[in-house]
Design a protein. Structure first.
Length: 535
């Protein structure tokens, strides 16, 4: 974290959550909600301004970025004597600061509690010019330029020339840009004034490796690839009048990637490099800005595995796992009172690192408990006291092999294999299970899709809606082990844990050459689960 001659420590009662709010390893939702409720070379031209009833000054701006591209932005300044620390935020993919359901509310809340906030439309979206590049080099430099811009705002506290006291917060695309920018700043890359200037970040629902996000274990995530491309085209600038005008706002590489994924059924080598260059993977260990990673158990675009990988590679971090995230069936978190708990943690994090001495009381892991509807804490994933148990398919079936045909893009019960274990004690699965498979593709290659299900009182509940794919080539039998997303799920006597393995899933590209697949499970070593268990 950058230091400076001036270090103003503000005790903000609204968001400095005390350690007493955590008790018995669990966060009390009511206490949290009570805490929350108590509460240059570039030019900037204000085209409108207003002062709200709470004394916040709000101005819409146009900021000329490093290459002359104009960025639409809004500056929120608090009442009262400054200078104040700053927060930089942008929106999700395909959106803009005007339509984001989160940006204005969060910006207003931060400003109400003594922060200068700059929200901006990411390049190619909203009122910002340029072409969408998937948080590539241009978007990174835009964010760095906004940091430089804030350093020149009179009401912003600075730690040196071009260096504001600053944190970043944002969701999804607005989370990814934090990590990419923090990497550039930590390495002195991007703009000349880059010098590790970011003091704290709060990446919500961000990715670790876009190649894994869009093609996990070699299988194209068809549903999300289509949705993101269409959303990006709809939200990006339209520059012409013909029928193909919607193609003009995004980088052409994004359409080429979609073509290769859907038509050729795989990512090209150049596409893997393109996605990797826009990901923290391989570089995040250089980030020095303290990071509060917020992610959802049910995020199917960037599964919580990616948040765990980000957190493990970061030097100063905490991880919050919520009941929500990106889902093709909707977004669970951020639209309920759970958002207040999450936002309180985010404010605490920025207060600690922008106003305090950097010492935090937040535990290593804060996670949503589906049974109580509240939050619990842990010292890591896996947590202390975890016992790893291997549950073999051989123990729950008398057959040595099972066969599932490939039904292509159509999900069918005949393409699905299920194996069940009866639960005879109280236990909680908490952590990242592993699935080991012994398979023999019937054809040049096959694709498998694994998921875990809890069956309780005839209620069949897929755990967090997560499906983990695997592509297998060559002749078998072949042994493969895959890691399943982190989960937290209690089981009681009478419950059943079901493992489902299918050859097709509607959200993914199917194999076009496999007739089916043989699954081997005649011995305990062949097909089995390795489960993290707390009792």
């Amino acid at each position: 974290m950058n230091g400076g001659d001036k270090k103003t420590i503000v005790n903000n009662a609204c968001f400095m959550v005390s350690y007493n709010t955590l008790h018995g390893g669990q966060i009390d939702r009511r206490r949290f909600l009570t805490v929350v409720g108590a509460s240059t070379t570039m030019f900037g031209v204000g085209v409108s301004g207003a002062v709200g009833s709470d004394g916040i000054s709000q101005s819409n701006l146009t900021i000329e970025s490093f290459d002359g591209t104009e960025l639409g932005a809004t500056l929120y300044e608090p009442s009262g004597d400054g200078p104040h620390p700053a927060v930089l935020m942008t929106h999700g993919y395909g959106g803009n600061r005007a339509i984001s359901p989160f940006l204005d509310d969060r910006a207003t809340t931060y400003a109400s509690n003594g922060y200068v906030v700059l929200t901006y439309d990411s390049r190619g979206f909203g009122n910002s010019g340029g072409k969408v590049g998937l948080n590539g080099p241009n978007e990174i430099r835009d964010a760095q330029h906004c940091i430089t811009y804030l350093a020149a705002v009179d009401s912003v506290q600075t730690d040196g020339p071009d260096n504001p006291r600053i944190g970043m917060d944002g969701t999804s695309y607005g989370g990814g840009i934090q990590l990419n920018t923090a990497i550039a700043e930590a390495n002195g890359a991007g703009l000349p004034e880059s010098n590790d200037r970011i003091d704290a970040i709060v990446p919500r629902w961000a990715w670790h490796d876009l190649t894994y996000s869009l093609a996990p274990n070699g299988v194209i995530k068809r549903g999300w690839a289509l949705l993101l491309t269409v959303a990006g085209a709809a939200g990006a600038h339209l520059s012409g009048t013909d029928a193909f005008d919607f193609l003009q706002g995004q980088a052409p590489e994004l359409y080429e990637l979609l073509y290769h994924g859907l038509v050729k059924n795989e990512l090209p080598d150049w596409g893997i490099r393109y996605l990797t260059d826009r990901s923290p993977v391989g570089m995040i260990d250089s980030v020095t800005a303290p990071a509060l990673f917020i992610h959802g158990f049910s995020d199917t675009l960037f599964t919580p595995l990616e948040a765990l990988w980000n957190a493990r590679a970061s030097t100063a971090h905490r991880l919050v796992l919520t009941n929500g995230g990106h889902s093709l069936t909707g977004v669970a978190a951020g639209l309920s009172d759970e958002a207040a708990v999450i936002d309180a943690l985010a404010h605490t994090w920025l207060d600690t690192h922008l106003r305090g001495d950097g010492t935090t009381n937040l535990p290593a892991i804060t996670y949503y408990d589906s049974e109580s509807g509240g939050y619990k804490t842990a010292d890591g994933i896996p947590a202390s006291g975890t016992t790893w148990e291997e549950w073999s398919v051989a123990d729950v079936t008398d057959d040595d092999t099972s066969y599932a045909p490939n039904t292509g893009p159509i999900e069918s019960s005949i393409s699905e294999l299920s194996f069940e274990w009866a639960i005879d004690r109280e236990l909680t699965l908490f952590g990242t299970p592993e699935l080991s498979l012994t398979v023999d593709p019937f054809g040049p290659e096959c694709r498998l899709f694994a998921s875990l299900v809890r069956v309780r009182d005839d209620a069949v509940t897929p755990i967090d809606g997560q499906v983990t794919p695997l592509r297998i080539e060559d002749d078998g039998p072949i042994d493969r082990t895959i890691r399943l997303p982190p989960l937290s799920r209690p089981f009681s006597p009478g419950d059943t844990l079901r493992l489902t393995i299918s050859t097709t899933n509607v959200g993914y590209q199917p194999s076009r050459s496999a007739v089916g697949v043989w699954l081997y499970h005649g011995s305990p070593e062949e097909t089995r689960l390795r489960l993290p268990i707390l009792e």
